[in-house]
Design a protein around this ligand. Sequence first.
Ligand SMILES: Cc1cc2nc3c(=O)[nH]c(=O)nc-3n(C[C@H](O)[C@H](O)[C@H](O)COP(=O)(O)OP(=O)(O)OC[C@H]3O[C@@H](n4cnc5c(N)ncnc54)[C@H](O)[C@@H]3O)c2cc1C
Length: 421
Amino acid sequence: MAIEQEVLVIGGGLAGATAAIAAARTGADVRLVSAKQPTLRHASGLIDVLGYTPDGEGPLAEPFEHFADLPEGHPYERVGRDAVEAGLAMFDDICGDSYEGKRTDRNALVPTFGGRLKPTARYSASAAEGLASDTRDMLLVGFERLVGFDAPLAAARLNAADPPFEARGVTVEFSADLTAEPKVTRFAHLLDRDESTDAGRPVRSALADRVVAHLDGEARVGFPAVLGDDHPNAVRDELADRLGAAVFEVPMGPPSLPGLRLEDRLYDALDAAGVRIETGNPVMGFAGDDRIESVTVDRNGASVPYAAEQFVLATGGLVGKGIDSDRDGVAEPIFDCHVPHPPDRYDWFDDDAFGDHRFARFGVDPDRDLRPLDASGTPEFENLRAAGSVLGNYDFAAEKSGSGVSLATGVRAGRLAGEHT
Ligand SMILES: Cc1cc2nc3c(=O)[nH]c(=O)nc-3n(C[C@H](O)[C@H](O)[C@H](O)COP(=O)(O)OP(=O)(O)OC[C@H]3O[C@@H](n4cnc5c(N)ncnc54)[C@H](O)[C@@H]3O)c2cc1C
């Protein structure tokens, strides 16, 4: 007997979560099935809409002004500005005061762990005091045993970009009690609980004392994004108090605490919307013809059919295995949706490592209702929609558009799926 629901969303990343919540908000009965952890925990937690044009122009101050010039087939060209605004509105609703950027359509420039300035539409409240539009000088603080953030190097790179402030970087010992390469969550939990680690001193005040010794009039201090998991505001407030300076987090590479915090918020929102969630079980195939009747889910080696009226494919791109490639070609593995790509695989790459690689834009090509199209331009299935990085025709890493596309197409695919039940 098949498990049944009105809408089945496949994939538990930003796109799948957004689609499931949007479908549930139409009143539909929704289930989300996901194989593994999404890319959210690897991402910085920044919500990029469009930081650079597909031609590399940027950083863009006004992302929406460039929508009219996007090439045909780009996900934003397919769903339009309204969908992006609807996706951001849902994101703002879910994240509340924990994210900033909602009062403007302009991009903010946020310093990253590599010392770059990233154009982004939404950023964690913990990063707000670090914006590059702010003229106050900043001290960046790295920790000796935290790999991945070289504060002096990051500061030097920021200064090289000629920002309206001076940055300086120092590296301090966080606590003598840490192992050689502690996880980011270890730092966060020590700070959350304000544990005594240094000669019986609570870790927050011990850290503040070490940093104060380096302050030279800077009005703001940036730490790697490890300042608490459960109580980030309390950690920041206490450090700011003790330092007499504003405190901000610098978004980090994987594994990313802001990404994990965002994942928690999204899964709370899924629960609140009444979505049934199953993780750890991959969807392997489907039954149906022009219309999908059910998909097959591998549950501990048993093939279980899940029937639904509407399906959303949000399985990610080449990173998430929603798109797969081998010597013979590029494919979408569950429904075998058409993935346009040059037949000669030497045409998938550019000779220049930083060049325009075709593979970065591989994905399914949808119509305006986000139904994947076959090679002749006809929807593959009447009741399948796609969202997020399984879609092709955009390079999220070059454009800085990953989360924006996931939100916009997730909301649109989810709403349409819910409305068609
Ligand atoms: C390292 C990294 C850093 C990034 N940094 C940023 C950033 O700073 N800002 C930004 O805006 N964007 C960033 N992005 C991009 C952004 O994270 C993605 O564009 C976006 O979140 C993609 O979401 P998604 O839901 O489409 O896919 P994913 O997050 O990949 O999720 C896909 C989900 O589908 C599941 N799945 C796959 N196959 C199956 C199957 N057969 N059955 C069931 N489930 C399946 C996977 O397990 C996964 O849970 C980054 C991405 C990466 C990889």
